[in-house]
Every structure is written in structure tokens, then in C-alpha cells.
Design a protein around this ligand. Structure first.
Ligand SMILES: Cc1ncc(COP(=O)(O)O)c(C=O)c1O
Length: 379
């Protein structure tokens, strides 16, 4: 392996992040729910058009809060995509729910909406959708199924901040939605997330669950004169220092999205001929979707070709990675009745997908090296 010249991801300071972190320290309030947490919540509410957003320590934790807020219990079923990150499923399993795996669409790799209805049983309580690569799921079809059967939608929108479906922001469709500000995301604070609460009836309980099961938020607003243990919950508040960093990133959202859009468009344009020649598929963005420019992936015809490209790029000091291993065939998935062959699209895509280096500060030179290395690859 040669020296790593181009990482898969490189987080970058985009604006006033460091100044705002210093301000948070000068404020003398670096625990949760200080001025920067409130500012970040408000910025996200405006961006998504949601009645309430609460910053959390991660998207994983926001998903765990969703499972608590839906009152999931042993025996309940949750329909989940097989092709997703572990947390989109594990959060519900933690509450005792059984995951029921749905396959992906062949184009966007999102949950296949045509398969959802046959997976619904009297025990189904929720449908979890993941807007893969920040390209919206078919929310018209999925919302109609959820309404018809009276089940909740939870949007795992870890990839989809800034994206839209039929002009409406992702994260605004589900009863609850979750965001990630992990270092690999378009805007980040290292580790962080948010719970988006679109059903106003859940706001007060969400505040309690996030504050260790206490009514401390009401206490701080002067609505009760002491705070106490009123529900289950945990510690899901990030430090105000992290919120300050995130505000610095959010202030630069337009510039970040412009940079990412340019990187994405250049990959798409300059790899089109190569992809055609090698039977490689580039990402599909349906006309009703405005994507978030979260990632750029390519789909090889076979696992062998994907592995050969990873090794070739690594020999040039370029890091490209793959994900997700289908959850229906994971050790835990098998325990919940998943089996190989249940989700053929997810299982096949998992072997063939490769994510290319993609980050806000990717220079033209860096991207040229990646594109040239890809063109130079020989099977
Ligand atoms: C679809 C999806 N959901 C959830 C997560 C978890 O996010 P976090 O690291 O903020 O907990 C990820 C992580 O990348 C993800 O890709």
C-alpha cells in the first residue's frame, strides 16, 4: 500500500466554528441546551420546516428516542430496510421490537415501497425509511400505506439534510425523523445528531426522554418549580461546545452544498463514459428528488471487480470504501428470522457498491487523481 494521499473523508472547518466554540466557553455554559444548542435547533427547524428539532448526541440516539416515543414494546414489529446502517434497526430492537426486513429498489437503493404492504401485520407499529445517499424514498406511496394501516413513519434522514422530495424537505414526512452530524456528514460536529419531531403531541415527552426522564426542560422554562423523574429516558444532550461548532457549519450550509454539488457533478460527468464501457452503474436521482450531495457511489457488475478497484485505488494512495452489509443476513438479523435470499437487491448491491472519496474541501487536483486512477484501472 502506498502512502494515503486522498482519504475517503476529511472534515473541514468552514467558517466561524472555532470562534463560536470559544464563545460557548466564554459564556460559561458548555453543558447541554445552552444558547448554541437552541440556535442549532432553530436553524434546523427552519431548514426542515419542522415544529420542533432537538439536538442529540448522535443519530443513533435520536433513533433510540424515536423508539421510546413510539412506545414500542416486546412483540411489536417494525418494517426496516435491509440495506442500511445498524442503528436504523438496532434502536427499535433495543425496545424489544422485531425488525421485518424489506428489500431495496434497484435504482435509488431505497426501501422498495412496493414490498412494504405485504410485510404489514396486526403487530406492525412503524415503517423506518432511510433516504439512501440523500435521495428521497417514494414518500407518496409510503405515506399512503402508513396512513391506511395506521402505522408511524420514522425517517432516518442521516444522509438527507438539505434534500427534498416533490419540493418538500426530507425529514418533514415522518411522525419523527433523525439527523446525523457525524464527521462524515455534509455538516458535522464530530459526533452529533438531532431528533425532528413533526407530531407536536410528542414534543413535551421528547424533551423529557432526552433529559434522563426528568421534566428539567419545563423547570428551566419556569413551568414547574422543581424537576423530578417522570418517565423513562437517558442522557441524549450534546455539549453546547459541539452545538457551537455545528452552528458554525450550518451558517455555511449554502457554500458547503455548492462545493459538494460541484464534486458530485464532476464525478457523474467524467465517469459517465467509463461507467458505460465497464457496465458500471452511477447513482440514479429520480426527477421528483432533489438530492443532498451526501455521497457518490458506483455499482460494479461483480464483487471481484469492486474488490479489484478498491485494491487498485489503494495502490495509488486513494481510499474508497463500501457499505452496508445486508442486515437480514447479519448475525443479529438471522436471529430475527432473516435469511439469505430474502432481500436479493440489498444482498447483491452490498457486494458491488463502492463509495468514492467525497468531502467538502476536496480540491480539483485531488478529484482529478481519483478520476484518472479510475480510468487507469484494468480488470
Ligand atoms: C443511515 C444511517 N443511519 C444512522 C447512522 C448513525 O449515525 P450516528 O453516527 O450519528 O449515530 C448512520 C451513520 O452513518 C447512517 O448512515
Amino acid at each position: 500500500m502506498s502512502e494515503l494521499l486522498i482519504p475517503f473523508n476529511r472534515p473541514s472547518v468552514e467558517g466561524r466554528e472555532l470562534e463560536l466554540v470559544q464563545q460557548s466557553i466564554a459564556n460559561g455554559h458548555i453543558s447541554g441546551d445552552g444558547v448554541f444548542t437552541k440556535r442549532a435547533n432553530a436553524m434546523l427547524e427552519a431548514l426542515i420546516g419542522a415544529p420542533k428539532v432537538l439536538l442529540t448526541t448522535s443519530c443513533t440516539h435520536a433513533l433510540e428516542m424515536s423508539a421510546i416515543l413510539l412506545d414500542l414494546k416486546e412483540g411489536d414489529e417494525v418494517i426496516v430496510p435491509a440495506f442500511t446502517f445498524v442503528s436504523s434497526v438496532n434502536a427499535f430492537v433495543l425496545r424489544g421490537a422485531k425488525p421485518v426486513f424489506a428489500d431495496s429498489r434497484g435504482d435509488t437503493l431505497n426501501i422498495d415501497e412496493t414490498q412494504i404492504e405485504r410485510l404489514i401485520t396486526p403487530r406492525t407499529r412503524a415503517i423506518v425509511v432511510v433516504h439512501y445517499a440523500g435521495v428521497g424514498c417514494d414518500m407518496d406511496a409510503i405515506s399512503a400505506i402508513a396512513d391506511k394501516h395506521g402505522v408511524a413513519i420514522v425517517e432516518d434522514n442521516a444522509h438527507g439534510l438539505f434534500a427534498k422530495y416533490r419540493g418538500r424537505p426530507l425529514g418533514s414526512f415522518g411522525k419523527l425523523a433523525t439527523q446525523s452530524f457525524h464527521e462524515t456528514k455534509n455538516v458535522n460536529c464530530g459526533e452529533g445528531g438531532a431528533l425532528v419531531i413533526n407530531d407536536a403531541a410528542l414534543i413535551e415527552r421528547a424533551e423529557i426522554v432526552r433529559e434522563k426522564g426528568t421534566n428539567r426542560s419545563r423547570f428551566f422554562r419556569g413551568q414547574v418549580d422543581k424537576y423530578t423523574w417522570v418517565d423513562i429516558g437517558s442522557s441524549y444532550l450534546p455539549s453546547d461546545m459541539l452545538a457551537a461548532y455545528l452552528v458554525g457549519q450550518l451558517e455555511k450550509a449554502d457554500a458547503i452544498q455548492a462545493k459538494r454539488g460541484a464534486v458530485w457533478d464532476r464525478y457523474a460527468t467524467e465517469l459517465a463514459g467509463w461507467a458505460n464501457e465497464h457496465g458500471v452503474r452511477l447513482p440514479v436521482v429520480p426527477p421528483e428528488c432533489e438530492q443532498s450531495y451526501h455521497m457518490f457511489y458506483v455499482l460494479f457488475p461483480t464483487l471481484e471487480e469492486r474488490q479489484s478497484m478498491i485494491a487498485h485505488l489503494m495502490s495509488q494512495g486513494i481510499m474508497a470504501v463500501f457499505h452496508y452489509l445486508p442486515l437480514n443476513t447479519s448475525e443479529m438479523g438471522l436471529q430475527f428470522g432473516g435469511k439469505a435470499g430474502d432481500c436479493p437487491v440489498a444482498e447483491s448491491v452490498s457486494d458491488r457498491l463502492l463509495r468514492l472519496p467525497f468531502y467538502n474541501g476536496m480540491s480539483r487536483d485531488e478529484q482529478s487523481r481519483v478520476i484518472e486512477a479510475i480510468h487507469a484501472w484494468r480488470r
